[in-house]
Write a protein that binds this ligand. Structure first.
Ligand SMILES: Cc1cc2nc3c(=O)[nH]c(=O)nc-3n(C[C@H](O)[C@H](O)[C@H](O)COP(=O)(O)OP(=O)(O)OC[C@H]3O[C@@H](n4cnc5c(N)ncnc54)[C@H](O)[C@@H]3O)c2cc1C
Ligand code: FES
Length: 497
């Protein structure tokens, strides 16, 4: 079979997370009339669902509005480690925010792990929840690991240095956190949504004076929580100036040995490992969304899988992306200083299981008029100069590059040069267009202007999508919106040549 055909077939057949493959969630109705509610939550991902769940425990009813289906965003594509070990975090947190706030961050996330355990017991949920230590390892320099062990201990986490792991290669050292956990997120969600009211296929198009506008009706709410992964309202809040998204790729492989923990390389170019039933989920290939011009992320993961586990068989593959704030701490709390009843939960930097629970703890307390002990460190209007400056400059640099410099560059590829199975930016009648050529000659042309704030989109050869390097919106090759913050699809034309 032609290599490009093989690649496409593989992509279409198996591009589904192990959670989606194994668990179907019930369908929910779509909003078709105006309603009034105490709390409206926009987004039925882990953050929105847990917030509704903790509000319910406090006796406060809410409705959740979901643009697509329950947990169909990043939550169904996570690797679902429930841990306060957010890569190497605590040494940096102490330097950037001071020991007291670093301790708050640690305790908030440790509490979140315990809350998952409580919910699993309370609802008697069978979701493959299991206690598991978490490790960040290095195959290079142990200095960073030793510093992290010391910092984690100072923050009150049960941590230790070790070289003893079940990984299929030697490590120079690892920081091990005790008392962490893993689960199947969709099996968990299937149970906890039972008492909640969710409207699916109900996209929030805007908010005016505590009224959410959707196509099917208006929702008037005392408090509103924006849990849409990337906040969809640009002003106030201005999250687009202080957050970007990063993608990663995952494979579930079978015919593998059992692991005794959840593992992550401290280096961005390394791999993460956890087991699920008799499989291992291997993750990696991280890049800023919109910056995967060469592709080959799945091939690299497959290569790693066959090197480390030569007998393994691929079960499925998938990818996801998450939001990264400029100071590497999530934004949880008031959407802006000017909006006293509008809240946000975002910026989980690929640690959204505990961060969603922390969001639910903080937001349910705030909405019910209680002070939460951890809210200060996640306060969205904070500005810590040391922690934020280089991130802010980096965001500005990317925006200038994609909004101005790349737009001035004349494409050096013509339509005839684009090979079947490939995509590229070309010039057509004096305008830049994005082209994807199918193997049978069908040609798909889209505008390369992102509908969010107008940055130039880039081709992602691994996922046949047009991705925005500024804030991470994504569109398929027919221009249909896949990921926010954009709210609209891009212009599209199809023809045969
Ligand atoms: C590859 C990868 C691996 C990861 N692994 C882990 C891990 O092991 N452990 C961990 O803790 N975290 C992990 N994460 C992070 C975690 O998966 C995410 O942070 C988390 O799922 C985000 O949840 P959410 O509710 O904020 O967003 P989502 O799950 O994306 O939910 C947001 C919802 O809002 C909806 N929405 C958007 N706009 C609108 C609108 N206008 N109106 C109505 N609805 C709207 C969307 O359709 C979506 O369903 C990983 C992330 C990635 C990328
Ligand atoms: S995502 Fe903001 S301009 Fe594209």
């Amino acid at each position: 079979m032609h290599n490009e055909y093989k690649k496409l077939l593989c992509w279409f057949l198996s591009m589904e997370s192990i959670w989606k493959k194994e668990c179907e969630l019930p369908k929910q109705e779509t909003l078709d009339h105006d309603i009034t509610t105490d709390v409206a939550i926009i987004g039925a991902g882990m953050a929105g669902i847990l917030t509704a769940c903790l509000l319910k425990k406090k006796g406060i009813d809410s409705v959740i509005l979901e643009a697509n289906e329950t947990a169909s965003g990043q939550t169904c594509n996570t690797t679902a480690k429930i841990t306060s070990q957010h890569a190497l975090t605590y040494d940096t947190l102490i330097q950037d925010f001071g020991k007291e706030k670093a301790q708050m961050y640690a305790m908030a996330n440790e509490t979140a792990i315990g809350m998952y355990e409580e919910l699993v017991k309370e609802f008697n949920i069978s979701c493959h929840f299991e206690g598991m230590p978490s490790y960040v390892y290095t195959t290079e320099e142990v200095n960073k690991i030793e510093k992290e062990v010391k910092a984690a201990l100072e923050c009150g986490i049960k941590a230790e240095f070790t070289t003893d792991t079940k990984l299929p290669f030697p490590v120079k050292g690892a920081v091990k956190f005790h008392g962490q956990a893993q689960f199947n997120p969709l099996e968990f969600i299937k149970e906890i949504i039972k008492p909640l009211k969710i409207y699916e296929h109900t996209m929030a198009e805007g908010i005016e004076d505590q009224v959410i506008i959707t196509k099917g009706g208006k929702v008037k709410a005392g408090s509103i929580v924006v849990a849409t992964h990337y906040p969809f309202i640009n002003s106030p809040g201005y999250y687009f100036a202080r957050m970007h998204q990063e993608r990663s790729y995952a494979l579930a492989i079978s015919n593998v040995p059992k692991l005794d923990g959840m593992y992550k390389d401290e280096s961005q170019s390394g791999y993460s490992f956890r087991n699920y039933k008799d499989m291992i989920i291997i993750g990696g290939g991280t890049h800023r969304t919109g910056e995967n011009l060469e592709g080959g992320k799945y091939e690299a993961l497959r290569q790693a899988a066959s090197t480390y586990y030569p007998e393994s068989k691929e079960v499925c593959n998938w990818s996801a992306q998450d939001c990264h704030s400029v100071d590497h701490v999530p934004y949880i709390g008031l959407y802006s200083a000017k909006t006293p009843e509008l809240y946000v939960a975002t910026g989980f930097k690929k640690w959204g299981m505990t961060s969603s629970m922390v969001s639910a703890m903080i937001l349910s307390d705030k909405i019910s008029g209680l002070k939460n002990p951890y809210e200060e460190v996640f306060h969205p209007q904070r500005f810590e100069v040391t922690a934020s400056m280089s991130g802010l400059l980096d965001e500005a640099k990317h925006t200038v590059r994609s909004l101005i410099l790349k737009k001035l560059k004349v494409p050096d590829t013509s339509l005839a040069q684009v090979q079947p199975g490939h995509g590229a930016i070309i010039e057509e009648d004096g305008e830049k267009v994005g082209v994807y050529k199918e193997l049978d000659g069908k040609i798909h042309m889209v505008s390369t202007k992102c509908t969010h704030l107008g940055c130039q989109l880039e081709w992602n050869p691994d996922e046949l999508s047009w991705d925005c390097p500024c804030h991470g919106s994504r569109f398929d090759y027919t221009g249909v919106l896949i990921n926010n913050p954009a709210l609209e699809s891009i212009e599209y034309e199809q023809f045969h040549k």
